[in-house]
Ligand binder design. Structure first.
Ligand code: CP
Length: 307
C-alpha cells in the first residue's frame, strides 16, 4: 500500500508516469469513466478548501467511484476530541482511499501510520501539498513542454506557503532549473528549504525583494497569497499582505512566453485585469488538478488503464 505525503514519495519516473496518464485522461476522459466503479474516496478536511477537496471529489466521480467525507473539523468528531489516529482507523472501514487536509504539520504522516488505506496529504499546515505540486508540474509541462531548463520565480509568502515548499522539493530533481525567490525578508523560504533542498542539490537560486527586477528573467512566475491563517498577529499580516501585486503594467516587463501560475485562492496579489493576459494560466492550472488527481487515485488504488 502506498501513501502520498510529500512529492519525494514519488520517483521522477513515477511523476512522469502520472503526468502522462493525466495527459491521456485530458484527451479522452470518457475512456476512464468506470475504472473506479465501486471504489470510495473519503475527503477528510479539517481546514477550508475549494479546489483541493472538490477536485478530488470531481476526480473520483469522473472515474466512476463515490465520495464521502467532511469539510471542516467542526463537522467531524474532531470537535469532540477524537485523534487523527482513531479517525483514520474508522475511515479505513468506510472508504478505499483518503485525502486529508489538516492545519498541523505531520498530520498526514500520523494518519498514514495508522491507516489501512492509502492516505494522500491534501495539505498539512505550512509543510507540504504534494497534489498541488503534481498539478503545477502538469501545468508547467503542458505549457512549456518540459520540466527542466527553466527559470522559475516564486513570489509572495515563501515562508508559510506549503505549495512553494513542495514545488521546490519536486523541481530540484530536474536538470538546469533555477529559482528566483521573491519575498519580503519576513517571508523568505525556511532555512531547511534553502540548505537541505536547494544548496544540498547544488541548485542555482537567488533571493530578491523586488518583483520587477526578476520578471524579465523568468519562464514561469508562481505567485502566492500571503497566508493570513498562519500569522501569529494580524498587524504583521496587514503590513505584508499587499507586498506584491501583479498588474498589466508589470507584465510588460515579462517575456512573451512567461506563464503565470498561482495555486489559488487569489486575494490581491494578481489584479483581475491580468486574467485577460494569454500568459495567465492559473484557471487552467485548477482544471489540470482534476486530471492529475484522477491519475493519482488510479495509481494508488492500482487500477489498470482501460484497453
Ligand atoms: N490550491 C489549493 O490548495 O486551494 P484550496 O485551498 O481551495 O484547496
Amino acid at each position: 500500500m502506498r501513501h502520498l505525503l510529500n512529492p519525494l514519495d514519488l520517483t521522477v519516473e513515477e511523476i512522469d508516469d502520472l503526468l502522462a496518464l493525466a495527459g491521456d485522461i485530458e484527451k479522452d476522459p470518457s475512456r476512464y469513466a468506470h475504472v473506479c466503479d465501486g471504489k470510495k474516496l473519503a475527503t477528510c478536511f479539517y481546514e477550508p478548501s475549494t479546489r483541493t477537496r472538490l477536485s478530488f471529489e470531481s476526480a473520483m466521480l469522473s472515474l466512476g467511484g463515490s465520495v464521502l467525507g467532511f469539510a471542516s473539523a467542526d463537522s467531524s468528531s474532531a470537535a469532540k476530541g477524537e485523534s487523527i489516529a482513531d479517525t483514520i482507523r474508522i475511515i479505513s472501514c468506510y472508504a478505499d482511499i483518503c485525502a486529508m487536509r489538516h492545519p498541523k504539520e505531520g498530520s498526514a504522516l500520523v494518519a498514514a501510520l495508522n491507516s489501512q488505506i492509502p492516505v494522500i496529504n491534501a495539505g498539512d499546515g505550512g509543510h507540504q501539498h504534494p497534489t498541488q505540486t503534481l498539478t503545477d508540474l502538469l501545468t508547467i509541462h503542458s505549457l512549456k513542454g518540459r520540466l527542466g531548463n527553466l527559470t522559475i520565480g516564486l513570489c509572495g509568502d515563501l515562508k508559510f506557503g506549503r505549495t512553494v515548499h513542495s514545488l521546490i522539493n519536486a523541481l530540484v530533481r530536474y536538470p538546469d532549473v533555477k529559482f528566483i525567490l521573491i519575498s519580503p525578508p519576513e517571508l523568505k523560504v525556511p532555512e531547511y528549504i534553502r540548505q537541505d533542498v536547494l544548496q544540498a542539490n547544488n541548485v542555482e537560486f537567488k533571493e530578491l525583494g523586488n518583483l520587477d527586477e526578476a520578471l524579465p528573467e523568468l519562464d514561469i512566475l508562481y505567485m502566492t497569497r500571503v497566508q493570513r491563517e498562519r500569522f501569529f498577529n494580524e498587524e504583521d499580516y496587514i503590513r505584508l499582505k499587499d507586498c506584491y501585486i501583479l498588474t498589466p503594467k508589470k507584465m510588460k516587463l515579462a517575456k512573451e512566453d512567461m506563464f503565470i501560475l498561482h495555486p489559488l485562492p487569489r486575494v490581491n496579489e494578481i489584479s483581475v485585469e491580468v486574467d485577460k493576459d494569454p500568459r495567465a494560466a492559473y484557471f487552467k492550472q485548477a482544471q489540470y488538478g482534476v486530471y492529475v488527481r484522477m491519475a493519482l487515485i488510479m495509481r494508488l488504488l492500482e487500477v489498470g488503464t482501460p484497453c
